[in-house]
Design a protein around this ligand. Structure first.
Ligand code: SAH
Ligand code: SF4
Length: 378
């Protein structure tokens, strides 16, 4: 049924799922196997891959070098359509946020942060997040599930459609970088994230260098080494506190994997060196983690790790009781870290007006059901 909707209501009223198999999100090998399984030669899979990931084809009919009859057959068997975009917002500062809906109605958000000659796409790995970091909006969302590799890649496809970045060129890319910093903990969905990142890196498709991909983790220690070895992407770690008692509250996974264990894994991260440093993210929370003593302890802790510190001004969301540190406090904190020889840029909040800044993502359907409130730790 070419062009059929996602679900079809049959005459007897029963809805049946779309039987066509999604190609977007299949690894290069699985993609080739699907095409081989219908009796086509390997070069067809290569052509199709190029159409999908280099040219951004949205319909088999656009694949000009594929015979017409085969295009029609492909359209009956496979899907290359995108997830639905249920809302698209543009911030005053040109940050863009998509609310993307999948076949089961679940939604995630995806954000594009453009800069002069480049731009990062902030991609989600889960619907919501099972972790409950006390300052993060995503952590308050009750419904949680892993995204499939196709749903992760789907965010990239939708973003490139909007930004008009097909065919893929190597220069002046609006989406030059990917940060796995949207909703969810990427290491709790490692296999699908890995498949998606390999698709982003494939030289015959989106062709993004692993140096332009950053994965942020709240500290799932057992996955760190594997990620460095298998994917060799940049690592960002949500540290946010220098003492276990406080980090237990801010980033509760710390109770399982405390600071010392986390930093040990960072010390030996296979893909880090002085030229490719690990980013330690540190959210600035007024009177919680922002003292001079905290800054000095931070410097002591990361000694021996090729590191940079990314200070993130706290982004508020409805119902939260944390506050962002003052500019003076952030500056003083940054100076101590800087004087110790670590780069410590303060992340300029982007897209706050459309709730697109770090930690503000939460899908709309959830938001409508009312906010849960969080209280400050003692
Ligand atoms: N789950 C992963 C990646 C997504 S969050 C992780 O936690 O690392 C991306 C970054 O935004 C993390 O460092 C996260 O701790 C931070 N963050 C969460 N809520 C925030 C908020 N309200 N203000 C500023 N940063 C926040
Ligand atoms: Fe999940 Fe990251 Fe938010 Fe923590 S900060 S709740 S790990 S998305």
């Amino acid at each position: 049924m070419p062009g059929a909707a996602t679900s079809t209501v049959m005459a007897d009223g029963a809805a049946t799922a779309d039987q066509r198999r999604p190609l977007i999100g299949l690894s290069r090998e699985d993609f080739a196997a699907e095409i081989a399984a219908i009796g086509e030669k390997p070069f067809r899979a290569k052509q199709m891959w190029h159409w999908i990931y280099h040219r951004g084809a949205r319909r088999f009919d656009d694949m000009a070098n594929i015979p017409k009859s085969l295009r029609a057959d492909l359209a009956q068997m496979f899907r290359i359509d995108r997830p639905d975009v249920t809302a698209l917002q543009l911030s005053e500062d040109t940050t863009r946020k998509w609310l993307v809906r999948f076949d089961d109605g679940r939604e995630v958000e995806c954000v594009h942060i453009p800069e002069d000659d480049r731009g990062a796409l902030c991609v989600s790995s889960q619907v919501g997040c099972t972790l409950t970091c006390s300052f993060c909006h995503t952590g308050t969302q009750k419904l949680v599930r892993n995204l499939t590799a196709g749903e992760i890649v789907g965010q990239m496809m939708v973003a490139r459609d909007t930004v008009g970045e097909w065919p893929n060129s190597s220069e002046d890319r609006m989406i030059s970088n990917v940060v796995m910093m949207g909703m969810g903990e990427p290491f709790y969905n490692y296999d699908n994230v890995a498949t998606a990142l390999r698709i982003f890196m494939d030289p015959e498709g989106i062709a993004m260098s692993r140096r332009r991909i950053t994965l942020s983790t709240s500290g799932v220690v057992p996955m760190i080494e594997r990620c460095g070895r298998e994917l060799a992407v940049n690592l960002a770690v949500s540290l946010h506190a220098v003492r276990d008692d406080l980090r237990d509250v801010l980033v509760p996974i710390n109770r399982k994997h405390p600071i010392a264990e986390l930093l040990e894994a960072c010390k030996t991260y296979p893909a880090a060196n002085n030229a490719r440093r690990i980013t330690f993210e540190y959210v600035m929370l007024k009177d919680v983690n922002d003292s001079d003593a905290d800054a000095r302890e931070l410097v002591r802790l990361i000694k021996g790790i090729p590191a940079k510190i990314n200070l993130i001004p706290f982004n508020a969301w409805p119902g939260v009781s944390y506050e962002c540190s003052s500019n003076n406090r952030i500056r003083a904190f940054a100076e101590i870290v800087n004087d110790a020889g670590y780069s410590s840029p303060v992340r300029v909040p982007r897209g706050r007006d459309i709730m697109a800044a770090c930690g503000q993502l939460k899908s709309e359907s959830e938001r409508a059901r009312g906010e849960s409130t969080r209280t400050l730790p003692n």
